[in-house]
Design a binder for this molecule. Structure first.
Ligand code: MIG
Length: 849
């Protein structure tokens, strides 16, 4: 029946139907979805200052330009445009507009911006978006369809186009061929085919041979995306209700799409530096004594660590914002003690407030007094069962209720807890068939920029978790205006990156889950969430020692690096399994801390540009992959950390089979040894090409997986900053800044530093240095830029190591002065030079011989 109906519409569309459905507003609401209505003829077209408006009978289509490279498309079946408000899109971006040049002909109407052309076929109402030279980027495949409140939009799906994003979905990196739902869901023990998961981020990036655009459907209802499952030549998106309101963000480079999406939905604030450190968690450290034991063991075993988490059992009968006094008798003192040991404490604070009247439970009492909870349709407060038993739910779509929520953090935050964990905020509700609130539960929207009104849960569900994390973030900021808040949220919506970091939820301790995690984190990054991680070692089930080791290795290169496991599973701290495995894990965690200057520089870049820290290869090498299917790269589970590090875990590390690592066509060095890949002495790397890697086609090497080794490579032409080892980011590194120089094409690097915790960087109290290098015949020149900002560095010397260096050096000068302190390592092909730190920078000239 569906097929027939779609068939008819398709035919009408192709013929340029003259029988547009009459009387659109008079449709009868038969059946749950109502009659099919499709928009398939423009009855009128008119210019807008920033775009155009078309009508099909009563229905209206508006296409406007927010920027030269960002368009917004809104469609209304009734002619009345829905309220122009958004939880995701920044008000300033939503109301931004550029003048456009309108053009109408007998058969077409359209407009141009400096970057894009829009053309609508009047006979079919099909919209085409092209680049400046007419190359088609996006084209309707069928008319927009409505069934009652449901709608669906179809776009042509070129054979070579691939799709990325959509938040925390499982499966391969490329979404092509799959269909996905957006409905925030507590998917305990999710598996490879589980969908939907915890987050709703209705945004994707399309990449077609290096030419990219983004599409963001700003609709908070249950939405769905189908990339060729229903129709191999069209993809489609739709929702159960709410507006057709989507944005087209042009690249052409995928990084430009990332920047455009961040312009639209906001940037991630610069995170506190400690949140990039190693974090240790479990469900649950049951007592103060046990938590102390874990903290002390970290220090005793010299495993660098910045954060310790307390899960729900630290609370009194699971009620948020309480403390179990038996288990944690001196809580504020305990927080101080951890602080002195340089541990940040992160506390779970679920959103469900225990339904405990007259028990002196302030979150409930003040919440009821302020009328802050979500209601049933009959006006009573909605009660659902969660961890504390019967619970009530803050109405986070009311600003006033979010402000109240934020005040609940006062005691913990003043006592010194450093971060907070918002779990269960899909919201998860026990003992209901839907695992969440009934769809008719009533939320109140009372919010600047919105018309004050009530809304059913069906509309609010997907933004509920984001608004929960927003209440937390803004509350913490109000309590300590000069401290960067740290919030970890499980559920969220597009734009939620403004408030919280995230993790992938309840994965499992299996090799398959370790493998799945890389594409999940990459897609989260492409969906705006750079600050993302997984439960290192796996949540459900007990990890084997090898699995935990490998997970700690891969996790070193993920933005959030947090070991976590479920209740009743085996212990999963880095020392579990004995000194031999611990040594390997320590090596990777230590390396994470040495690499911290690079990581933090990437976090700062992300906070300015929206480009994620962890990147699929096509983001860095959009042209290199033009002739290479992104799936080929994905299959190997390779990823980039920033522009310079290529991480190449074995796709099947549990199997002994060798695997091929594909290299984009620049030179590469081994991260661990500094050796040129083609000349690597490491046994694990057997070079298949024989020749040194250079500019040209993608090349690969074959690697044999080893439990204790993670292959990592450095792009030739990069300069990476490293710090001396510390046990936490709160410890001041003692020793020189290290710059590792990997000569090659476009050789450059940068460094960003600040106090790591406050907003003083906004007043120029930061440090930024840019580096570049070039070869001078058989020598090398390293340009160290002048320090920007007023932040005082922790180093007063800079140790420069140049890799790929084959001869004893001739004369060395820095800023014109001779440098005597150098060390040539013939075996490692490296030259190390110690320089004084100079605020004004300078040229390091190293002559060959
Ligand atoms: O229903 O707080 O995903 O990380 O340890 C389980 C207990 C609730 C789910 C989270 C998990 C956390 C657990 N929580």
């Amino acid at each position: 029946m569906n097929g027939l109906r779609f068939g008819r519409v398709a035919v009408l569309f192709v013929l340029g139907c003259v029988m547009s459905v009459p009387g659109l507003s008079a449709q009868s609401a038969t059946g749950e979805k109502g009659d099919l209505i499709s928009l398939n003829r423009a009855t009128s077209a008119a210019a807008l200052p920033n775009g155009l408006e078309l009508r099909d009978g009563e229905a209206r289509v508006q296409i406007t330009a927010l920027r030269e490279d960002v368009l917004r498309i809104r469609v209304s079946k009734t002619g009345k445009m829905p309220e122009d408000a958004s939880w995701a899109v920044l008000p300033g971006s939503r109301t931004s507009s550029v003048a456009t040049a309108y053009r109408a002909e007998a058969s077409k109407a359209g407009f141009r911006t400096k970057a894009l052309q829009v053309s609508v076929d009047r006979a079919t109402l099909a919209v085409t978006i092209s680049d400046g030279s007419g190359g088609v980027l996006l084209q309707d495949a069928r008319p927009v369809e409505f069934h009652g409140d449901h709608f669906r939009v179809y776009k042509r799906m070129p054979a070579e186009e691939h799709y990325f994003g959509l938040g925390d979905k499982t499966g391969p990196l490329d979404r092509r061929g799959g269909a996905y739902e957006m409905w925030n869901t507590d998917q305990y023990r999710f598996q490879e085919s589980s969908d939907p998961l915890y987050k709703a981020i209705p945004f994707f990036v399309a990449d077609n041979a290096g030419r990219s655009y983004g599409l963001f459907l700003d609709n908070t209802w249950r939405t769905s995306f189908d990339f060729g499952k229903e129709d191999s030549e069209a993809y489609s998106f739709g929702a159960d209700g709410g507006p057709i309101d989507y944005y087209f963000i042009y690249g052409p480079k995928p990084k430009q799409v990332m920047e455009g999406y961040a312009w639209l939905t906001g940037l991630t604030p610069l995170p506190p530096q400690w949140s990039l450190g190693f974090q240790q968690s479990r469900y649950s450290y049951m007592t103060e004594a046990r938590a102390r034991e874990v903290a002390d063991r970290m220090r005793a075993d010299r495993i660098p660590c910045d954060a310790l988490y307390l899960d729900i059992d630290f609370q009194d009968r699971n009620a948020p914002f309480t403390v179990n006094q038996q288990a944690f008798p001196k809580f504020p003192e305990f927080i101080q003690e951890l602080k002195e040991k340089h541990f940040k404490l992160v506390l779970i604070t679920d959103l469900h407030i225990a339904d405990r009247a007259n028990q002196g439970y302030a979150p409930y009492d003040t919440g009821i007094a302020g009328d802050h909870f979500v209601k049933n349709p009959d006006g009573s407060v909605f009660v659902g069962k969660v961890w504390p038993g019967p619970s009530v739910f803050p109405d986070f779509t009311r600003k006033e209720s979010r402000v109240w929520w934020g005040t609940l953090y006062k005691d913990f935050y003043e006592d010194g807890a450093a971060g907070f964990w918002n779990d269960m905020n899909e919201p998860s509700v026990f003992e209901t068939p839907t695992k969440t609130m009934p769809l008719d539960v009533v939320h109140r929207i009372d919010e600047p920029g919105f018309v004050a009104r009530t809304a059913r849960h069906a509309e609010i569900h997907n933004v509920y978790g984001m608004e929960n994390s927003r209440g937390t973030y803004e509350g913490l900021l109000a309590l300590k205006p000069n401290q960067r808040p740290f919030v970890l949220t499980r559920a969220t919506y597009a734009g939620g990156q403004r408030y919280a970091s995230t993790w992938t939820g309840d994965n499992s301790s299996s090799w398959n889950h370790l493998r799945m995690s890389t594409p999940m984190l990459l897609n989260l990054g492409l969906s705006g969430f750079s600050m993302a991680g997984d439960d290192i070692g796996g949540y459900a089930g007990s990890s084997t020692q090898d699995l935990l080791t490998k997970w700690i290795e891969v996790g070193e290169f993920n933005p959030i690096y947090r070991d976590h496991t479920e209740k009743f599973t085996a212990d999963q701290e880095p020392w579990v399994g004995g000194p031999e495995v611990e040594a390997v894990r320590r090596k990777y965690i230590e390396d994470r801390y040495r690499l911290m200057p690079y990581l933090y520089t990437l976090a700062e870049e992300n906070s300015r540009t929206g480009v994620p820290m962890m990147r699929p290869l096509f983001l860095e090498f959009p042209d290199a992959t033009a002739d290479k299917h992104p799936l080929d790269l994905d299959a190997a589970n390779e990823f980039m950390l920033g522009p310079d590090l290529l991480i190449a875990p074995a796709p099947y590390p549990e199997a002994p089979d060798s695997y091929a690592v594909t290299f984009p066509p620049v030179g590469w060095y081994d991260y661990w040894t500094g050796a040129k890949v083609a000349a690597s002495a490491r046994e694990a790397v057997a070079v298949s090409t024989g020749a040194a890697l250079g500019v040209g086609a993608l090349q690969s090497v074959t690697i044999k997986p080893e439990v204790n080794v993670l292959p990592v490579f450095v792009r030739a032409g990069s300069i990476l900053p490293f710090a001396p080892l510390v046990e936490s980011t709160q410890e001041k590194p003692d020793g020189p800044l290290t710059l590792k120089v990997y000569p090659g094409e476009g050789c450059a690097g940068s460094l960003y530093q600040d106090d790591g915790i406050s907003f003083a960087y906004k007043e120029k109290d930061f440090l930024r240095v840019k580096y570049s290098c070039e070869s001078t015949g058989d020598g090398l020149r390293l340009h160290v830029g002048a320090r920007e900002g007023s932040f005082q560095p922790w180093w007063n010397r800079v140790e420069v190591t140049i890799f790929g260096w084959n001869v004893a050096p001739g004369k060395i000068t820095y800023g014109g002065e001779a440098i005597a302190n150098s060390r040539f390592d013939e075996a490692m092909h490296s030259l190390t030079i110690l320089l004084p730190e100079r605020p004004e920078g300078g040229e390091l000239e190293v002559a060959g011989r």
